[in-house]
Design a binder for this molecule. Structure first.
Ligand code: NDP
Length: 490
């Protein structure tokens, strides 16, 4: 039998790769991991974690405004990005250190280097050193993509937003998905003028229509200027605008520069050239011309498979560039596996972690474990949040007869202070089996609520199980237990 340097070589130190490396090492396997950028990957360094910290920070003004209405003599000044941003950077450093420590503690050999695949058992590091392994696990994730538009490189992508040294006064966000909606709320609540162009009829394609409708209404009420059915047709630096520089949407001075970027490594290749970022003239498909301090493209993400040596090693890629894998995350080359966003199955951190754990179970514990991608709850961290698990009303209705239990109301804290914010609680029930097929919540902390409802739905709870669960009063979520009459049957 061939001798290898390691039992497992993991390419990519994000959530999935790090978990797989640690778990494999705990079985006694010899494990190495290469990361070209920063340990922690998209989730920790340029995604979920810094985004959620920005969400927390952005809630201050609304909390103070509500407190005043409850009777507090409270004042809220402007948000100080200069105070927040170094703390955010320091927290990411700390977390990166935690990841390194966890890997070290598990005996995983870390290579701070890009690694590419040479053949089914060999990888090459940036210094040309080759390392052999019995198994290779590709967990390199994905990167944000811009639309194919002239001067699109003048726009920022999500990676850049964590590196801004000053808050802009006005932004145009292009896209209507998770990232577009989350950053629209964050930046608006920081006091930025936010315009959103989304090409569809409604934001958040794929989510329940009623939830999408309420959320877009709430976002508009918060001051996000949403234009549906709209895209950018042309863009260029404001100084090069066809009829000369124009004022921004507000009477803003030109926004702050974007700070020094992390090194432009492969995973970060879509990061804008810092010199190029600045006021941008735009023309929408509706004909409207406007200058914004920044254009932000939140137009999707793509698997980072370019130049990894996968094709050369004979690994089959999907048309999207994602690595094709079976239910055990194995590619067509038996020694090469792939997990996480690079496989473009369900691009969410907890899913990548599960895929990593199932890989270790299968390959290092002799217990073949397919990954269960069914009924995965998720949340969009807008304000209010949108939590969702299972089928939307439209999808469920296509499968057979359903009952829809849905209620939208002003919660008691809003009613008390004459606020306008509404929430939505919605259950989709299969008429034949009585099982709850989907739950959709638009409410503060909907992410926390949907996590728990996800357990019941994963267990196959019926509407009658919800009915016989005694409500917790007074809460927003008690409505899920007390809706007795369906709003409609289809
Ligand atoms: P999404 O796929 O959610 O949204 C992409 C948006 O860009 C859509 O509105 C899409 O429109 C639009 N779009 C795509 N191409 C173009 C184009 N050429 N011109 C104009 N608009 C375009 O991607 P995101 O980048 O927001 O997020 C990527 C993934 O990351 C998500 O799918 C999610 O899995 C994950 N994520 C999860 C989060 C969470 O769990 N809270 C947070 C952030 C990201 P259309 O709908 O018409 O196709």
């Amino acid at each position: 039998m061939a001798d290898y340097d390691f039992d497992l070589f993991v390419i990519g130190g994000g959530s999935g790769g790090v978990r797989a490396a640690r778990m494999a090492a705990q079985t006694g396997a010899t494990v190495a991991l290469a990361e070209e950028s920063r340990l922690g990957g998209t989730c920790v360094i340029r995604g979920c974690v810094p985004k959620k910290l920005m969400v927390f920070a952005s809630k201050g003004a609304a909390a103070v405004a509500d407190a005043r209405k409850f009777g507090w003599d409270a004042q809220c000044g402007a948000f100080d990005w200069q105070q927040f941003h170094p703390k955010l950077m320091a927290e990411l450093e700390r977390l990166e250190g935690v990841y390194r420590k966890l890997l070290d503690g598990s005996g995983v050999k870390i290579f701070d280097s890009r690694a590419t695949i040479v053949d089914p058992h060999t990888v090459k590091l940036a210094n040309n050193q080759t390392v052999s392994a019995k198994h290779i696990l590709v967990a390199v994730g994905g990167h944000p993509v811009r639309p194919p538009l002239e001067n699109a490189e003048l726009g920022l992508v999500s990676n850049d937003l964590f590196l801004m040294e000053e808050l802009p006064k006005s932004v145009l966000i292009v896209g209507g998905g998770y990232i577009a909606c989350e950053f629209a709320c964050i930046l608006r609540n920081f006091g930025v003028d936010v315009t959103m162009y989304a090409r569809g009829a409604q934001i958040l394609k794929g989510f329940d229509d009623e939830a999408r409708g309420l959320l877009s209404e709430s976002m508009r009420q918060c001051g996000v200027d949403i234009h549906m059915g709209t895209s950018i047709q042309e863009m260029c630096g404001a100084a090069d605008a066809p009829s000369g520089p124009r004022p921004t949407g507000s009477d803003a001075t030109m926004g702050g520069p974007v700070g020094e970027r992390e090194s432009l490594s492969h995973n970060d290749k879509s990061i804008t050239d810092p010199k190029a970022a600045g006021p941008v003239w735009t023309k929408a498909t509706t004909g409207v011309e406007k200058v914004f301090d920044h254009v932000i493209f939140a137009t999707g993400r793509a698997p980072s498979t370019d130049g990894l040596g996968l094709k050369e090693a004979g690994v089959t890629l999907e048309r999207s560039g994602a690595i094709a894998v079976d239910e055990y995350s194995q590619t067509n080359v038996p020694s090469i596996y792939a997990i996480g966003d690079v496989t473009d199955r369900v691009p969410l951190t907890p899913v990548a972690i599960r895929e990593g754990m199932a890989f270790v179970e299968t390959v290092f514990k002799g217990n073949p474990t397919p990954v269960d991608h069914d009924l995965i709850a998720s949340a969009v961290f807008t304000q209010p949040e949108l939590g969702s698990v299972g089928l939307t009303e439209d999808d469920a209705a296509r499968n057979g007869p359903i009952e829809v239990y849905s209620t939208s109301f002003r919660p008691m804290n809003q009613a008390f202070i004459d606020g306008t914010a509404r929430v939505l609680m919605k259950l989709i029930v299969c008429v034949d089996t009585r099982r709850v097929l989907g739950c959709h919540i638009v409410a503060p902390d909907a992410g926390e609520l949907i996590q728990m409802i996800g357990v019941a739905i994963k267990m196959g709870a019926t509407k009658e199980d919800f009915d016989r669960t005694c409500a917790v009063h007074p809460t927003i979520s008690e409505e899920l237990m007390t809706m007795r009459e369906p709003s409609r049957r289809t």
